[in-house]
Design a protein around this ligand. Structure first.
Ligand SMILES: [Fe+2]
Ligand SMILES: [Fe+2]
Length: 345
């Protein structure tokens, strides 16, 4: 079984770095396939030793790229690399200190004999996650360096999220000056502190979203100031914050009977719904649904349709909030729901 397959979306467009990344994917997947649970302690240590050499070469190439492009989160990324180095050394120590004698045989006899294999595999999976999650942010930044962030997002509503997409709060982009972005918000203090790294997701008037990562510079009671960050993605209509829920709802269109639909996914920016009816992109509809004992009636715009060849059609919808009150309410309900989901997990 492959841990994670290489995909072109992880490409940087820089040959040296892409070759290094592909090599890491290949070696790590091969390690998983070839060793299974027959790995010896020595095999694990030798493998990690070899990987350490390759990684040092690779980290040097990535450092050079970040320096060349003045990457604003360079120190954060270098800290990730240091964490990986430390994790390799810790894993080698842990594997070496493994006491079981049978683990040194080719075929282990007990579940505990698989421990070195399990530890190395966990570490390797972390490296691949780093490439997919953190390295691709550098590449997007380099690609979108000249993107006019100020012009695109000024005055827009945004979501502030943790790096793993938990919504911290939302606000309005209020000031963009050189390398500072100020986001205003009305409701309480957003739980971030100096130097936290956050994602910001902005829904723009041209119906696109802009996502970027930034470091927190100042958190006041009604605003948070960020260091200018890296634009990581521009894409149609969707925000980061998503919650997987199955909710029945009613769709109301002008001059038609209300129709049952299913809400598949909710974010603070919109909905993903499934229904049998045909709608056009740009059509405005009303959607009514209940979330945590609260009824929402939301005006939405159809942004995207897909799976057109089946009877059930899927639509991405963007909320058209008239004022902040409905969004406040919805975000509160989403947080409650998210909290309940996390408790269950
Ligand atoms: Fe990398
Ligand atoms: Fe990296």
């Amino acid at each position: 079984m492959t841990i994670r397959a290489w995909s072109d979306e992880y490409s940087s467009g820089i040959e040296q770095i892409d070759e290094q990344h592909k090599g890491l994917f290949q070696r790590i997947n091969a390690f998983e396939e070839e060793n299974d649970d027959t790995l010896t302690m020595k095999g694990a240590v030798d493998f990690l030793d070899g990987m350490m050499g390759l990684l040092e070469e690779h980290f040097a190439a990535e450092d050079a790229l970040m320096e060349e492009n003045d990457y604003p989160l360079m120190d954060v990324h270098k800290a990730f690399h240091n964490d990986l180095r430390a994790a390799i050394l810790a894993c080698m120590d842990s594997v070496k200190s493994f006491r079981s004698k049978s683990v040194q045989r080719a075929i282990p006899t007990a579940v505990s004999d698989r421990e070195p294999y399990r530890q190395v595999l966990e570490l390797l999976t972390g490296w691949l996650d780093h490439i997919v999650r953190d390295d691709t942010i550098i590449f997007h930044y380099c690609e979108h360096r000249d993107f006019n962030l100020a012009g695109a997002i000024y005055g827009r509503t945004c979501e502030i999220l943790t790096m793993d997409n938990q919504l911290l709060g939302y606000g309005k982009i209020d000031l963009i000056e050189n390398d500072d972005i100020e986001i205003n918000y009305k409701h309480g203090r957003i739980p971030v502190k100096f130097n936290d790294v956050v994602k910001v997701s902005v829904i723009m008037q041209n119906q696109e979203s802009c996502h970027f990562v930034s470091k927190v510079y100042l958190n006041k009671n009604s605003s948070v100031k960020l260091f200018r960050g890296a634009v990581i993605k521009t894409e149609n209509d969707r925000a980061f914050y998503r919650i997987s829920v199955l909710i029945d709802a009613v769709l109301k269109r002008e001059g038609q009977e209300p129709m049952d639909i299913r809400i598949i996914d909710i974010s603070a920016g919109g909905l993903l719904i499934a229904t049998e009816t045909v709608m056009e992109q740009g059509e405005e509809v009303l959607i009514q649904f209940m979330l945590e004992k609260t009824w929402f009636t939301e005006k939405c715009t159809v942004m995207r349709t897909f799976k057109k060849d089946t009877v059930i059609r899927h639509y991405g919808m963007k909320f058209a909030f008239d004022d902040g009150s409905s969004l406040t309410n919805l975000v509160g309900q989403l947080n409650t729901l998210q909290g309940k989901r996390n408790q269950k997990l």
